[in-house]
Design a protein around this ligand. Structure first.
Ligand SMILES: NC(=O)c1ccc[n+]([C@@H]2O[C@H](COP(=O)([O-])OP(=O)(O)OC[C@H]3O[C@@H](n4cnc5c(N)ncnc54)[C@H](O)[C@@H]3O)[C@@H](O)[C@H]2O)c1
Ligand SMILES: O[C@H]1[C@H](O)[C@@H](O)[C@H](O)[C@@H](O)[C@H]1O
Length: 345
């Protein structure tokens, strides 16, 4: 049911790079949380981590979800496993922090939206942690306060040192990496993405043969704004994430790191992950769920599914959301007046 009290007992599913990082965070530096269990089909990995952090370990994710002493679950398995595991949490009535992407395609994400809707209450926060990054959060506040005027353009850069594994082909750049930029665009504009086109520039010779890397994606927002995105997996430099927001009265860039470029996201977004997980625990202890919703996860999956189609065809693809948004969980639109509207003061 999720604990309402002063301690949330958490189980983590999937303890590779991201899951192990979250497990450390829950065990060491998240107030009100206790890590009680970890599950991973790589039992040796799960055991080593569980032993180090004082949590029990096992191979079976669904057994972890069902356990009486697990109040809430963090899912950090690969995206292909998310649907079954999120559904199990919904069935058990347990709150979930599910790493992005919610799932790897629009249809499975829609099934999850409908399952949560049938339950009649929110249980899922999706791990779009950039919303908790101090710079991205304050950019959203500046935009909402109208400090840059009406938002016209975003320019996003997202580079990795190298691919995480050999299964990371061209589609994964869209589904697993670009999905962050989709969420950033929806978060900062407060609107849905209406269309996407993915371009395939000359590939770097360090990418495996046949892999499109870098990629450039262009989003057209529902209100007509445009978002350009470079996603470069095998950059050979490090993890660089920057966003420049261009409004009618000024521009702001977030993510300009001085000094050494971090190797990966765990350094770059350490504060964002800490704040994300703390917000999830705090909300659960109050009996609430906050942060990016199942709807946000679904809307992003629809855009990335269209993005994969565009990557293959080279054409611009229109984005179609199947259901009306779930009330109360869509991103708050920016409340800035459109200066061209006759009602604007
Ligand atoms: N928010 C972020 O910035 C961020 C960063 C990295 C990864 N992620 C996300 O976290 C998730 C995990 O990514 P990662 O980089 O840690 O991957 P990883 O390959 O390092 O780890 C995945 C782990 O899951 C285990 N696993 C495989 N199938 C499983 C299953 N069915 N049930 C349970 N565990 C299973 C693997 O054995 C492995 O230990 C992905 O959804 C990824 O997109 C998010
Ligand atoms: O596997 C990682 C991970 O999923 C991160 O969230 C993303 O920022 C990286 O680009 C990707 O390579």
């Amino acid at each position: 049911m999720g604990a309402v009290g002063d301690e949330l007992r958490v189980g983590v599913i999937g303890v590779g790079v991201m899951g192990a990082d979250h497990a450390d965070r829950l065990a060491d530096r998240t107030e009100g949380a206790r890590l009680v269990a970890v599950a991973d089909p790589d039992v040796a990995r799960a055991r080593e981590l569980g032993d180090r952090l004082g949590a029990r370990s096992g191979a079976d994710a669904l057994e972890l979800v069902a356990a009486d002493d697990v109040d809430a679950v963090v899912i950090a398995s690969p995206g292909a496993a998310h649907e079954e595991q999120v559904l199990a949490c919904l069935t058990a009535g347990k709150p979930v922090l599910c790493e992005k992407p919610l799932t790897l395609d629009a249809d499975s994400s829609l099934r999850l939206v409908r399952a949560e809707r049938d339950l009649g209450r929110r249980l899922v926060q999706v791990g779009f942690m950039r919303r908790f990054d101090p710079e991205f959060a304050s950019l959203r506040e500046s935009l909402a306060a109208g400090r840059l005027g009406r938002l016209l353009l975003l320019h996003n850069i997202h580079r990795n040192l190298a691919a995480p594994n050999e299964r990371f082909r061209s589609e994964m750049t869209v589904l697993d990496s670009l999905v962050h930029e989709v969420d950033v665009a929806r978060f900062l504009f407060g609107e849905e993405v209406a269309a996407i086109q993915v371009l395939s520039p000359t590939a770097t010779s360090t990418a495996p043969v046949g892999v499109v890397d870098p990629q450039v994606a262009i989003f057209t927002m529902a209100g007509g704004g445009v978002v350009t995105n470079e996603v470069f997996i095998n950059s050979g430099v490090g993890y660089e994430v920057r966003t420049e927001a261009v409004g009618e009265t000024g521009s702001v860039t977030v993510g300009t790191w001085e000094g050494t470029v971090p190797r990966d996201y765990r350094t770059r977004f350490a504060a964002a992950y800490d704040r994300e997980v703390q917000a999830w625990v705090d909300a659960n202890l109050r009996g609430e769920v906050v942060g990016p919703s199942m709807w946000d996860g679904y809307a992003a999956s629809v855009v990335t599914t269209a993005g994969v189609e565009s990557l293959r065809s080279g054409e611009r693809v229109t984005v179609q959301l199947a259901d009306p948004p779930t009330e109360g969980v869509v991103p708050q639109p920016l409340s800035q007046p459109d200066p061209r509207s006759k009602d604007a003061s």
